[in-house]
Design a protein around this ligand. Sequence first.
Ligand code: FES
Ligand SMILES: [Fe+2]
Length: 345
Amino acid sequence: MSADAAACPPWWVPAADAQSLGGGAPLAVRAFGEDLVLWRASDGAPQCFVDRCPHRGARLSLGRVHGDVLECPYHGWRFAAAGRDTDTAVRAAPAGRCVAIPALAGFTPPATHCAIAWPALERHGLLWVAPPGTPGHAPPAPEPLAELAPRRVLCGPFDAATSAPRVVENFLDTAHFGLVHDGWLGSRSELTVPDYRVEPDALGRPGVARYRAWQPRASTAAEGGAWVDYRYQVLGPYSALLVKKAAAATAPREAYVLWACPLDEETTRVWFTLATDDTTRSDAELQAFQATIFGQDAPIIESQRPRRLPLAPAATGGELHNAADRLSAAYRRWLLEQQVTFGTC
Ligand code: FES
Ligand SMILES: [Fe+2]
């Protein structure tokens, strides 16, 4: 589906890792079914336009960056960054406004000559975008990271041929650990899910304050099995937090934030920010562990049908739930309350 901006839901999502966008060249990305171009203005601030020139539809991501304008590769129309330049005409222009047409020297393009600009910002080592008109200036939930262990390792991106809500729900689901992650996050010999309670946070987002599980190899640092306390918190429709604390006092504090970007309704790109105080493992080792876990999940979540997450209760034709699924059922109810339709059905 090609979502026009008006049809996109009002949520910030990560579109690229920050270091993949240098100062010199634009980068083609995708979010909410829309092809987008990311580039950096002269002060490094990320800019995002729909990747389609309003003149003849060429891809702006094939163009060039000149200071605070992005030049289309076809006829060289130049489109302004969001208000930063020593050139007054460019600085005064709203983001995306065409400020020069080389075929017509001296012509001042009218205000209708615009690329479609999306808000963009950099946070947590990622570049975030939001459909035009999205309220607020922050991506979801910067707050949980401050309270976590200080070392940050960005893992991903990982792509999955399924909807972003299916990916988030899988992150919240513990009943699959002993089957899908046998010998890693769970064991076939212990498939019971202990009773747990779902408690919404102050914003009404579902979470589980304490969930205890036996894990054969809960992290890269684990030498053997351990009892681990989990805390889960839904942060947004496409984002969730997991805090792990092994019972042993010497075990590292570890937390993961999942940030999913719906490339379209049924394709997802995922990053994880790992927060840890482990000092014994390299970034590459920590990233490899996460890649292994995601690689175990991928064939299963890509096999789920429908790819979009069904939100209807079981009584009206939705999927079946039991007490072990309380958290994912609460996530579905919350998506319904938030009227999240992108990636659900
Ligand atoms: S298509 Fe972009 S300038 Fe003509
Ligand atoms: Fe999993």
